[in-house]
Design a protein around this ligand. Structure first.
Ligand SMILES: CC(C)(COP(=O)(O)OP(=O)(O)OC[C@H]1O[C@@H](n2cnc3c(N)ncnc32)[C@H](O)[C@@H]1OP(=O)(O)O)[C@@H](O)C(=O)NCCC(=O)NCCS
Length: 196
């Protein structure tokens, strides 16, 4: 816990969410549009630090900060939080008591200038590969506001299909089953992203 390594992709590096990332994360979460898109409550800086700690301690939750490789100062150094390059986060939450191999996945590219460059898609793919390998996840679930076109598009592109809709929350639930075919597709999509 908190000891997971960084994952390097083509355009992003996923690093563990540490206390060093919290002030910037908190700054992002002042934006009402981002709060709405992610279904988050506004928190004080103190509460954000507590949240980071509790996420790190929760074995059912895995959170990575997304670094845009183009924004890394100098060379990427393992263990360095590289706050200058943080642009969003991706996490999974294994929150289904009936199915421990189900993971809810969330993605946010908070920095507007880093959107639409494929960072979100690559981060989701890397997180999925990580979750399959380390936790044997066989179903992914994403809950997305019906007006969040970009996010819906991203997950549908990856093969997620609608499984339910909440009229109350105006929210779509999408799911993806990790079949053998899906696994092979995932491997080829990841391609040279996978450095192992
Ligand atoms: C939603 C989000 C995670 C997408 O990440 P991203 O890095 O910008 O998306 P990517 O560049 O990886 O694009 C992934 C796919 O989604 C599509 N897409 C991205 N933004 C889109 C948009 N605004 N509208 C429609 N499709 C979009 C891309 O074309 C791409 O599909 P492709 O593989 O066919 O090219 C990111 O923009 C985000 O976190 N936004 C936060 C605010 C938010 O949710 N905005 C939505 C409206 S409230």
């Amino acid at each position: 816990m908190g000891m997971e390594a960084s994952l390097e992709g083509e355009r992003v590096v996923l690093v563990p969410y540490t206390a060093a990332h919290v002030p910037k994360y908190h700054e992002w979460m002042q934006d009402p549009a981002l709060l709405a898109a992610t279904g988050s409550e506004p928190l004080s800086l103190d509460q954000e630090f507590q949240m980071q700690r509790s996420w790190t301690l929760d074995p059912l939750k895995q959170t990575f900060i997304i670094l845009d490789k183009e924004m890394v100062d100098g060379k990427f150094v393992q263990g360095d939080p590289h706050v200058e390059a943080m642009v969003g986060d991706v996490n999974i939450y294994m929150n289904d008591l009936d199915d421990p191999q189900m993971a809810e996945i969330e993605i946010m590219i908070a920095e507007p200038k880093s959107r639409g460059k494929g960072l979100g898609k690559e981060s989701v793919l890397m997180m999925m590969a990580f979750a399959i390998k380390n936790f044997g996840i066989h179903t992914f679930r994403a809950k997305i506001g019906e007006s969040n076109r970009a996010s819906l598009h991203l997950f549908q592109k990856l093969g997620f299909v609608e499984s339910s809709y909440s009229e109350i929350f105006k929210e779509v639930t999408l799911e993806l089953d990790v079949t053998k075919t899906k696994l092979e597709e995932l491997r080829s999509l990841l391609g040279d992203v996978n450095h192992e």
